[in-house]
Design a binder for this molecule. Structure first.
Ligand code: KIV
Length: 276
């Protein structure tokens, strides 16, 4: 339900067909993570198109070294809080590690994140056959799916760390094939993480669905960052693909507004945020 809170001008709610229209019209999509109602409200006020409750919360909120310990109950808890801070911004929530192990578990996770917590779409990592089955089953039940390819953090142990993917020709072709496969399975959106710029461009041109990049170059249909990274409050080194939008600005609100403006204009990501 869309209930406008009177202290900001009303914005047309962002919808899944609306994201497709943005790609078709060449309007870039601004996405940020959020994990609670107060930051969700900051995203809403700045006109962010999509808020993602990422399982990155395991790292930036809980202090783990990976996203793997995050549970479905924790995703439901954070998604519920974020949904209370949003009005027009579309809410996407991650399926946590192993929630996609088979179709019944994926459906159970999707039902809780959408039905109980208020997400409009769920995100699922990888392009393996069991993931394609989960995407098909969720979309058949009218639960829209955002796929996630490239550097998928739940595969950190398989990759031997958070490493850029698709550098070699064969690996690049695999990512491209997976993008077409998740789209054919029914995905409505694709996050492409940690791949060379040329591959980001190929996938974005080949895909009919919007491609949201994070460390995937400037040619994607939109960009996503973890909010702690773009506010410069990441523990340790800020990732190369991120930028501190708070530096030189007086408030979190101004930083998020600058991010939205730079994504829309194409000023972000700049070459120093990309992998070649
Ligand atoms: O978990 C997350 O926040 C994500 C984004 C980094 C895309 O998957």
């Amino acid at each position: 339900m869309y209930v406008h809170n009177a202290d900001t001008p009303a914005r047309k709610p962002v919808t899944v067909p609306g994201l497709h229209a943005m790609k078709a019209e060449g309007r870039r999509i601004a996405v940020l993570t959020a994990y609670d109602a107060s930051f969700a409200w900051q995203l809403e006020r700045a006109g962010v198109d999509v808020a993602l409750v990422g399982d990155s919360l395991g790292m930036v909120m809980q202090g783990h070294g990976s996203t793997l310990p995050v549970t479905l109950d924790q995703m439901v808890y954070h998604t519920t809080m974020v949904s209370r801070g949003l009005e027009a911004t579309l809410l996407v929530a991650d399926l946590p590690f192993m929630a996609d192990r088979d179709v019944p578990h994926a459906l159970e996770a999707g039902a809780r994140l959408v039905g109980e917590a208020g997400a409009a779409m769920v995100k699922i990592e990888g392009g393996a056959p069991h993931v394609l089955d989960a995407i098909a089953a969720l979309t058949a039940r009218a639960i829209p799916v955002c796929a996630h390819l490239g550097l998928t953090p739940q595969s950190v142990h398989k990759f031997g760390g958070f490493r850029i993917q698709g550098r070699e020709q064969e690996a690049a072709e695999r990512v491209l094939a997976e993008a077409l496969a998740v789209q054919a399975a029914g995905a409505d959106l694709l996050v492409l993480e940690g791949v060379p710029t040329a591959l980001g461009e190929r996938v974005t041109k080949a895909a009919g669905i919007p491609v949201i990049g994070i460390g995937a170059g400037p040619h994607c249909d939109g960009q996503v960052l973890v909010i702690q990274d773009m506010l410069g409050i990441t523990r340790g080194k800020r990732p190369k693909f991120s930028k501190d939008f708070l530096a030189g600005r007086g408030s979190v609100a101004a930083a998020i507004e600058a991010y939205v403006a730079d994504v829309r204009s194409g000023a972000f990501p700049a070459p120093e945020h990309c992998f070649n």
